[in-house]
Write a protein that binds this ligand. Structure first.
Ligand SMILES: [Zn+2]
Length: 922
């Protein structure tokens, strides 16, 4: 420590201030922690509010002295000078803290932003006068101004002035009600000027979400004069009357720079996680505190090792990484026979292995029977009775193998999987699988038949002919590639890895070892040129340029195509997030009829609607033998649970046990559907520009968007019958398209391919022509249930068309969420109002309880970005991207939030009671 005493002038006085420099790292650390570093990060120490009042007054005085002012100013427009005390900072956090500090001392303060990065905090004169705080301002000008101000008496005028800056929240509901009290405002003739001025102010207030308290009082007075005060919402009246609470505009919504503790959980496998703003993070999730210990424990339960069923197709979720998979294949494969190698124990064999006398996969005799050392090591860690596949555990067998391990020893699944992973990791190095240059060496003998054919015929063809030639050849080329991979396991590491772990895939093997053969241009069309050399062989300059535009498209697609599906995923999960398993059995007798033979996956692990029996593999075989074509099963779409879905309607896990109450099956379904869209729209990047046989999901993704956003315009739209009847006539429409008559009713079909002929019987809502069906039209003609079935089928089909079979149950859960909107026509005895937009499931539940006087309502298709906002829990809506308007609406309409909610966002925001809570709620 050292000190400097330097006499100087300060504020006109001679000062002998002393500067003490103390070198102390931990003290410096504390101070930095307390007040932050740099102007923009400056803040008050966390304990500032718990300090004694004297300290807080001192703190405020110090702040005003350093970065604040207390002055009398005379604005050009004003007659008299006014006192003004304010504080200036670059740190938004500090500005808010000063407001809170002021509040703790009985002062009201307001923040305004200027020049984009500065914040001014203004203190209300009314409070300064009434509190008369003994601020110890060291700066003499400040002190004098403040003293002079305290000596003034509050005048009526400044009271009124405050009324004009004192704000209360104002929103759509109050606006609608108040508008009706101002009939004179909107008249063209004899307009009431006072009413008109209130009306205009209200309109402006709608935009800001706030209105002055004095104007609010005027509105209430007008209502009272007309004896219609009861029409103004009660909560808003209270808000206006309660002057002890002051309101201000939200200046801006910004990220805090505050450090928080982060639990970063990374998971293998296809799991995606959702954060509070609906952001989907692949494979890993950051969980911020504050969360309770119970919540941390719960999140661990979501680790894949605890979840064995992949919700997409009920396969085992825990999949070893690429390396682990290679190791598992290495230890389980059978190789060459070594008849001389005989051991009396595994220990003996192990010693021989360590001496390099035998390989992992050599077939040897241990304890009198033929096996391999690798298989015996694996046997040590798996339950007795689990069979190791004879040909080894390759990519195609790993699911069944792990599932068997899990089902034989369900109690110790985690330990078993950890042990298997350990054994695989231990021997992956010993297996000798690793890429060498030899593996990617060009193979002329493979390419020869294709090259010969190209040499013979290709040059003669015109461009369309070349494209046709190449697209025909791709099929044969792929087939030959697949066979080569199969034949070269343990001979070529590319082939071994491809079979053992699925990577590299066929397309990559083709590029590395053989040749791309055909490439696509930036429009996705085949280029009429054959590339017959591999990347390892070295492509020619012209081949390089041919491949370049398509390859560039791959790069651009990666950037563009991940953004849209990412946003789509966010919206989808936002809308499905409150689909939580809420009770054991809603007791419905309803269900959906599913064909038995079309897709086993769709029927499996559901309950029969009539008998309540779970359809497991055994029951499924029984049903097949019974010869019935279809079965009625319980389904999320017909579930009658008031909130979320019930265990019975959702169906069981793939091991037959029920899905736990509290499980968020909506988020899961959202992940199932959206995770694949991201992957598949990215396909063009992963395979470069190489032409593959399958189509990409780009068109499928557009369709999926259509099925969940319900746009007004759909290209090539099908025409639906507006009534039941017989097709009496079909005539070409003079301006194009066709006219189909049902009775006398003309139906114009812009798409000329018709689905009906004269004499056909049609029902209202049937498609008369080919083309895309507009869900809104289907809703208007066939009702909500038929529309939901249509949406479910079409969504599932979008994926099936791309060879991505996903189970139907996920789409039933999603559509339950995306169509959960209805408009109240006649509220009957309920507390809704006509015109309210509310959750369909709630109205249906009400009507089941009140069959004699049901609510009359009209289901609506609003699209996923709107339906997520149709909830009465305002905090749950923060999961959407209009945070500021959600906040303002909630305040202005008396929004409620339920901590025990089916929507996990509420407890997430509260940072408490995260978990399954009471009665299965979050
Ligand atoms: Zn149910």
């Amino acid at each position: 420590m050292y000190s400097i005493a330097s006499p100087h002038k300060y504020d006109g006085h001679d000062c002998h201030s002393e500067k003490h420099t103390i070198v102390n790292i931990s003290l410096a650390g504390n101070i930095t922690e307390w007040i932050g570093k740099g102007a923009a990060n400056k803040h008050l120490p966390v304990w500032y509010l718990s300090a004694p009042k004297d300290f807080r007054i001192g703190l405020l005085s110090g702040l005003i002295d350093t970065d604040g002012t207390a002055v009398w100013v005379k604005a050009a427009t004003k007659k008299e000078a006014q006192f003004m005390m304010s504080y200036h900072t670059m740190s938004l956090r500090l500005a808010y803290e000063v407001v809170t500090l002021a509040k703790s001392l009985g002062l009201t303060a307001k923040i305004t932003k200027y020049k984009e990065k500065y914040y001014n905090v203004y203190f209300y004169n009314r409070d300064l006068l009434s509190e008369k705080l003994p601020l110890s301002l060291a700066h003499s000008a400040n002190a004098a101004a403040y003293e002079k101000f305290l000596a003034t008496t509050p005048d009526k005028k400044s009271e009124d002035k405050l009324g004009r800056t004192d704000l209360v929240p104002f929103g759509q509901i109050v606006f609608e009600r108040a508008k009706k009290l101002l009939p004179g405002a909107t008249k063209k003739k004899d307009r009431d000027p006072k009413q008109f001025s209130i009306y205009v102010t209200m309109q402006r207030a709608l935009k800001t979400g706030c209105i002055t308290r004095s104007m609010a009082r005027d509105i209430m007075n007008i209502a009272a004069e007309q004896d219609k005060l009861s029409q103004i919402p009660e909560f808003w009246q209270e808000l206006v009357r309660d002057e002890s609470v002051s309101w201000t505009y939200a200046v801006s919504v910004e990220k805090s720079s505050q450090k928080e503790t982060l639990y970063d959980i990374t998971a293998p496998g296809p799991y995606t996680f959702m954060t509070i703003d609906g952001l989907v993070v692949q494979d890993s999730v950051g969980i911020y505190v504050p969360v309770t210990h119970a919540a941390v424990e719960e999140s661990k339960k979501f680790m894949p090792s605890k979840i064995l069923d992949d919700p997409r197709d009920y396969s085992v979720t825990l999949k070893p990484s690429h390396d682990m998979q290679l190791g598992l294949f290495a230890v389980s494969t059978k190789g060459d026979k070594k008849p001389d190698a005989k051991f009396n124990s595994l220990k003996e064999a192990e010693q021989a292995f360590l001496r390099n006398e035998i390989n992992l996969s050599d077939i040897v005799t241990i304890n009198g029977y033929e096996t391999t050392f690798g298989r015996e090591k694996l046997k040590e860690v798996i339950p007795a009775g689990v069979a190791i596949p004879e040909s080894g555990i390759d990519k195609s067998k790993v699911d069944a193998f792990l599932r068997e391990v899990a089902s034989k020893d369900p109690q110790n699944v985690n330990k078993r999987f950890a042990d298997i992973t350990r054994v695989a990791a231990e021997y992956v190095a010993a297996s000798g699988i690793g890429l060498t240059l030899r593996d990617v060496q060009h193979s002329p003998e493979f390419m020869k038949p294709f090259k010969d054919k190209i040499k013979k015929d290709f040059a003669k063809l015109d461009d369309p002919g070349k494209v046709k030639f190449l697209s025909n050849m791709i099929g044969d080329f792929n087939k030959a590639g697949k066979e080569w991979i199969k034949d070269n396991v343990w001979k070529n590491n590319l082939a071994t890895m491809s079979v053992a772990a699925g990577k590299p895939g066929l397309d990559s093997v083709k590029q590395l070892k053989f040749a791309p053969l055909a490439v696509m241009d930036e429009e996705g069309r085949l280029v009429p040129s054959a590339i017959t050399r591999s990347y390892s062989d070295g492509v020619t300059a012209s081949d390089f340029w041919i491949a370049a535009s398509g390859a560039r498209k791959g790069m651009i697609d990666r950037a563009l195509q991940t953004a849209e599906p990412g946003y789509f995923a966010k919206q989808m999960i936002s809308v499905a997030v409150d689909q939580v398993v809420s009770e054991q059995d809603c007791g419905t007798k309803n269900g959906i009829e599913l064909p038995l033979t079309k897709s086993k996956m769709d029927v499996l692990w559901r309950y029969g609607a009539d008998d309540g029996v779970l359809i497991d593999n055994k029951r499924y075989e029984e049903l097949l033998r019974s010869g019935k074509p279809s079965i009625k099963v319980r389904s999320p779409i017909t579930c009658e649970a008031n909130e979320g879905v019930c265990q019975k309607c959702y169906g069981s896990k793939a091991n037959g046990s029920p899905v736990e109450i509290g499980a968020n099956v909506g988020t899961e379904a959202g992940q199932v559907a959206t995770e694949r869209t991201t992957q598949l729209t990215m396909k063009s990047f992963h395979t470069g520009s190489v032409a593959t046989s399958g189509p990409t999901l780009a068109s499928g993704f557009d369709k999926l968007q259509q099925l969940s956003h319900f746009p007004d315009f759909i290209r090539d739209r099908a025409t639906l019958a507006r009534l039941d009847g017989i097709v009496t006539d079909i005539k070409p429409n003079p301006a194009g398209g066709m006219n189909v008559f049902i009775g006398d009713e003309r139906h114009f079909c812009p798409v000329s391919q018709l689905k009906v002929k004269i004499g056909d019987k049609v029902s209202k809502g049937d498609a008369l022509s080919e083309g895309a069906i507009k869900p809104q039209e289907l809703l208007a003609t066939k009702g909500i249930r038929a529309t939901q079935d249509f949406l479910i089928d079409e969504m599932q089909k979008t994926f099936t068309d791309q060879n991505v079979p996903l189970n139907r149950r996920s789409f039933e859960t999603l559509v339950r969420a995306t169509t959960n909107v209805t408009k109240i026509i006649d509220p009957a005895g309920s507390e809704y109002l006509p015109g309210d937009t509310v959750q369909l499931t709630k109205v249906l539940a009400y009507n089941r309880l009140n069959p004699t006087r049901p609510i009359i309502h009209e289901p609506e298709l609003l699209g996923i970005d709107f339906s997520s906002k149709v909830t009465d829990d305002w905090m749950a809506k923060l999961n959407t991207n209009r945070i500021q308007s959600v906040l303002q609406d909630a305040v202005a309409s008396g929004g409620k939030s339920y901590q025990h909610s089916y929507n996990p966002v509420t407890p997430y925001i509260m940072g408490s009671e995260f978990g399954k809570g009471e009665k299965g709620k979050y």
